[in-house]
Design a protein around this ligand. Sequence first.
Ligand code: ATP
Ligand code: MG
Length: 586
Amino acid sequence: MPWEPIDKRPDADAVAPNLDDYDRVRASFEWEDARAALGLAPGGPVNIAHAAVDRHVNAGRGDRLALRWLGRAGEVRDFTYADLARESARFARLLTDLGVRRGDVVFSLLGRVPELYLAVLGTLKMGAVYSPLFSAFGPEPVRSRMEIGGARVLVTTRTFYERKVAPWRDALPGLEHVLLTDAEGDPPPGTRDLHALLADTPADVETAETGAEDLALLHFTSGTTGKPKGAMHVHEAVVAHHATGRFALDLHEGDIFWCTADPGWVTGTSYGIVSPLTVGCTMIVDQAEFDAERWYATLQDQKVTVWYTAPTAIRMLMKIGGELPARFDLSRLRFLASVGEPLNPEAVVWSNRVFGRPFHDNWWQTETGGIMIANYASATVKPGSMGRPLPGIEAAVVERRDDGTVALLDTPMAVGELALKRGWPSMFRGYLNQQARYEKAFAGIWYLTEDLVQRDGDGYFWFVGRADDMIKSAGHLIGPFEVESALMEHEAVAEAGVIGVPDERMGEAVKAFVALKPGFEDTETLRRDLLAHARKRLGPAVAPREIAVRPGLPKTRSGKIMRRLLKARELGLPEGDTSTLEENGR
Ligand code: ATP
Ligand code: MG
């Protein structure tokens, strides 16, 4: 596919994004410089909404397109930076007029609608704390998160309110205001019409002079390994949102950026809103859910230059095949990135073939608030590796000791827990109401991620598995990702999930679950073929002993394979917290 470099506008506040010289850039990087790039004075106030929108307006860039919203039925709505600044100020003023104070928590339960973006920015602008909920949550996950978060305000739709909030509303007397985006002059009892209120509210408000450590965002984790935790982030995080977007997503002013993450989880905020706006990009927001043809059309028609998506979506595109994208002109795409789960090497090979460029995997967590490890734009992509730590980020491979300290594992390819030196701006400042759990996440200067990794001689990190998902078989420690990636190489496999099942002889035996691509059927022969392929690739000690075919694998709504659920079902154990389980995984 032909590829022409896009015209980049001059970069007023570049933070040395050229990483040809990785070591030099790392050595010279200071978080203070990244703060300065946002016009922040050391020790001075910092407000995410100001850094994301007002700053551009003040600098005369207000007429740039900030957000293009694509409605499900084909509607298009455009917001310039000036529009976002004005309408978020109106929302902020409304909250102030309603008596909402700095530090109060404003929740949203919305799909990708324009009001969501105004609510996030407006909430931050007046110094309240914003917390998103997945719009597909049922009543109980909505209630429990709002209860833990001490919700004062909820912005939602009429249908979501009636189905997911009204049944338990009395149980949360602290929830004072429910604002509906589609009440159309007739809000049900206990709710108000957001648009009618906004129509009577002037767009003038002083942006709160929040301090660096003031609470800004409350994000619940995906619940892949258990009950979701509420990670708290502060306004200072914007410094990392900005710098990491430049480093790991190659964002430049004027880029047309599409982040497909749901706004209900942390990627939807850090990179679906804040980071691209701080850089001065145009964000594309598509209201519709995944649809391969629509996605390719969006990439083409909106001339997307940087695309940030997730392995689960990439695997769905791979399943459909390479003929479909060949019908579209995707020559504007300059940079492709992936997050959320390990990206199978096969996906990078595929994207090189289909798009003429690789997907760049990057790694982070709700807790880290922003990307920590990435395959950079101008550096070699190692398929299957998460890449190298960003400037300003110190990562290590460690082993926990019984006394609560950690030992650093420096030998290349040693398997250990990924640890990050505490102190980057978007690091979480606590798990809401779980102080002890928060403290347990640290050993001295190190934050412990609970993910096992290896670091190669070039300093690239390789994901092995979550500590919880590791399989111990006949003295080997087996990471599910390695086995899954080998299975993904087989032409019949669309997705794979691997667990350990108890085995008398080996302690645990490897069992694989796969979903097949269209045109393949679950037969004894196919399963034997898959086993043979895995054994050839991995050797008999690591290859699965058994393979089961399923129509699909249980996943979180953020697209992560829930291996703990595969295991619980296999062993007939209780399923635990399934509040974030995708509907068709039930
Ligand atoms: P919970 O903490 O509630 O179990 P979760 O860890 O899935 O859920 P998130 O914070 O959304 O919640 O996900 C972060 C985790 O996702 C990481 O710790 C890691 O296990 C996985 N992950 C994210 N990106 C990558 C990646 N590029 N490669 C491998 N794993 C990744
Ligand atoms: Mg986690």
